[in-house]
Design a protein around this ligand. Structure first.
Ligand SMILES: [Mg+2]
Length: 457
């Protein structure tokens, strides 16, 4: 390609927040009032194709401006990069970002700065897939094992997974991949739904939505637990009565407990036959998860949505601390690090059931599971992607669910592109929605202040 392929000329950022806390959508034991948000980044180039790379970090409201600032701190690394080189080797940028000799102090490879790196990396992958005219899952599944291995940073995991191991796993994973691609296009990838189970929902709403989930073809639902044991027992009983014995019910404590509490609480709920207990305790507590797993079997232990990097995932696997590994598309350092984590899971034979929901997390992570199925793990057995049915309409290429399955995306890219009108309306604090909301609040405060003056008079 000639110079017409262009360079990155802009790294635009947006602080986008949706007022989800008003409906208690997304409420759980640790996060009672989330406003689902995205620190959103758009890479623009001067290439003739005018394609853009879109990526984002998911947050739940306050602090989204910090996340945006972290993305902006990466801008100098990205501006001016030749687009061809960038898309041919996204790993080279990721290595520069994680290796920045000063920014690295803010991690290393964890927290806000690392999530920012993930957003930028994912934007590059979106651009690369658009330029290749393939959905990302297919770009990954079509790539050679050698190239995929070159996209992975083996530093700190080579004691458990070497490049040779990875090559072996990927070569094995490709056997039969054409047939699996066909099956994927026909049937999609299994999902499960968390929509019935938010902590703030009434029992009536829980029961109605649980029945609806089964009618919609889902074979697993999930309930939030961990705030009050008596409430949890009542809600689990209601859910089990609604779905019957044949449907899996996962429970999710969102890190609410100490290790001992996690064990006692999970055992108390065991009569309702929970399939897994998710995030029983701190995502950093590798040995704590191992203790919980040993004590609550046959209930499985799942975690990962807050696991900060491949190194903690490595330890969770080494310690036999998890039955189910939950990658998140926007928590770690983008597709590259998730490739490392998928490879680690494949090496240990642990099923990957991604965390999703939020803003756009379903849209992103489906690509990683579909790649895993087609060209790495090679099976959908005991594998499900979380599904939550809100905020999809803000995306240009929203997930499509049929009979409880994620249908394989066909549009080129990473399904990350948000509608421009949604970005404009929900930009904080200046977008139309928030400007009107803040003005209304200001009027309310004025009325209250006048009322007080009146009382005092
Ligand atoms: Mg969760």
């Amino acid at each position: 390609m000639s110079s017409s392929s262009g360079r990155v000329i802009a790294v635009d950022t947006h602080d986008i927040r949706f007022p989800t806390s008003r409906e208690l959508d997304g409420s759980d034991a640790m996060n009672p009032d989330p406003d689902y948000s995205a620190a959103y980044v758009v890479l623009r180039t001067d290439a003739d194709d005018a394609l853009e790379g879109h990526g984002f970090t998911f947050t739940i409201g306050r602090g989204n401006e910090v996340q945006v600032a972290a993305i902006e701190a990466l801008r100098p690394h990205v501006l001016g990069r030749p687009v061809d080189e960038l898309c041919a080797d996204p790993g080279s940028l990721v290595r520069d970002l994680t290796g920045d000799s000063q920014l690295r102090w803010l991690g290393p490879e964890k927290g806000v700065m690392h999530m920012a790196i993930g957003a930028v990396a994912n934007a590059v992958w979106d651009l690369a897939a658009k330029r290749a005219r393939k959905p990302l899952w297919q770009l990954l599944a079509d790539a050679t094992p050698e190239w995929l291995v070159a996209q992975v940073d083996f530093r700190y995991i080579a004691d458990v997974l070497t490049p040779e191991d990875a090559l072996h796993l990927l070569r094995r994973g490709r056997e039969g991949s054409a047939a699996r691609t066909e099956l994927l296009r026909e049937r999609g990838f299994p999902g499960y739904t968390t929509s019935p189970g938010w902590l703030g929902y009434s029992d009536e709403k829980l029961t109605r939505l649980a029945r609806q989930a089964v009618a919609d073809g889902f074979t697993q639902i999930k309930l939030k637990v961990g705030a009050d044991l008596a409430d949890d027992m009542r809600r689990c009983r209601a859910a089990r009565a609604a779905v019957g014995p044949g449907i899996r019910i996962a429970i999710d404590a969102n890190q609410r407990w100490n290790v001992g509490e996690a064990i006692e609480w999970t055992k108390a709920l065991a009569e309702f036959d929970p399939y897994w207990i998710e995030e029983p305790t701190s995502p950093d507590d590798v040995l704590g998860h191992a203790s919980v797993r040993e004590a609550v079997a046959p209930v499985k232990v799942a975690t990962g949505e807050h696991v900060q990097n491949r190194i903690i995932f490595k330890q969770l696997l080494q310690a036999g601390a998890v039955d189910v590994l939950q990658i998140d598309a926007a928590r770690v350092g983008g597709v590259n690090e998730n490739l490392a984590i998928l490879l680690l899971a494949a090496k240990f034979g642990v099923p990957v059931c991604p965390h999703a929901g939020g803003v756009g997390l379903c849209e992103l992570v489906q690509h990683l599971s579909m790649f895993d199925y087609v060209a790495l793990a090679g099976t959908v057995e005991d594998r499900v992607i979380e599904y939550v049915d809100h905020l999809h309409d803000h995306f240009l290429d929203p997930v499509v669910i049929g009979e409880g399955h994620y249908m394989a995306p066909t549009a080129p890219g990473f399904s990350a592109t948000m509608r421009p009108e949604s970005i404009a309306e929900f930009t904080f604090p200046g977008g139309a929605f928030w400007a009107a909301d803040l003005a209304e609040r200001a009027r309310g405060e004025q009325r209250t202040a006048k009322g007080r003056k009146g009382e005092a008079a």
